[in-house]
Design a protein around this ligand. Sequence first.
Ligand SMILES: Nc1ncnc2c1ncn2[C@@H]1O[C@H](COP(=O)(O)OP(=O)(O)OP(=O)(O)O)[C@@H](O)[C@H]1O
Ligand SMILES: [Mg+2]
Length: 316
Amino acid sequence: MPSAAAELVFDEATKVYPGREGAAVDHLSLTVPAGEICVLVGPSGGGKTTALKLVNRLIPLTGGDIRIDGTSILDHDLVELRRSIGYVIQQVGLFPHMTIEANIGTVPKLLGRDRKWIRRRVAELLELVGLDPDKDRKRFPAELSGGQRQRVGLARALAANPSLMLMDEPFGAIDPIVRARLQDEFLRLQHELRKTVVFVTHDIDEAIKLGDRIAILREGGRLAQYDTPQRILEQPVDDFVADFVGRDRALKALSLRTLGDLEPTSAAGDGLPRLPAETNLRDALAVLIAEHREALVVVGADGRALGVVKREDLLR
Ligand SMILES: Nc1ncnc2c1ncn2[C@@H]1O[C@H](COP(=O)(O)OP(=O)(O)OP(=O)(O)O)[C@@H](O)[C@H]1O
Ligand SMILES: [Mg+2]
């Protein structure tokens, strides 16, 4: 069931919490094109959660505007607005006394869908996020692992087929291996569903992996830079951004490109390491260093050699 993705625009959006000095989100302006993933990163207290809550009007704007497909959120009917937005909250927030099925079916039920429809939709969503509809449907959140709970949170946010997804550290509290798997599955899902997504994380590597664009917020909810991962890594606008992405940003930038992006030469490749064209340049460099080699052979999907690249070609 395709639903058109929406364009999301923050236009000088500002939030000052009553009784607090300074803004939590300060004149934030950025556009998330329809169907793209925008990752919000920044220090704790930098206003990331606040920015998300402004979008579905869980908290009111102090100033500026937010528009979805050109219409101000203030001109949307509140119920309609929330229905068109999937929200994965920080710490998942499943209802502990309700089964997985009931958790995922909450919004469809509110929308008046019948039991049969909900049951079918829940099964479809559980399948989609890699859980077992038969086994997991009747379980309670406490009976699931952290990673499984995160999947249920994602399924619940997708239940009403929203055109916009707000995800607040959805993979926050899980170990790195499960986290990497969830990230891969999320990217695969996004490839199919093409939602507009605002994704909050603390983790710059997660941001680089998932984001079509990355918005870096500094203290006080001010936008430091909004750019593609490549540009954030290669052209940080200032020391704050450079520090935030880390001293290894040159290496991180290498992980964004693959051997297939290079032009191999037809030099002899006898005895050199052979790596698939989809290997990223960071991993390729690691192999050259580990094996004390200066060059490698790039191999195509059919197993044939495409040519040779040298160590310095990787670093150009
Ligand atoms: N309901 C509230 N009332 C008053 N101040 C708040 C409220 N919620 C958040 N704040 C303040 O607004 C600022 C931004 O908070 P926010 O939760 O948006 O940060 P965050 O970037 O999501 O942080 P974290 O990475 O720790 O989740 C903080 O200084 C916080 O103390
Ligand atoms: Mg937060």
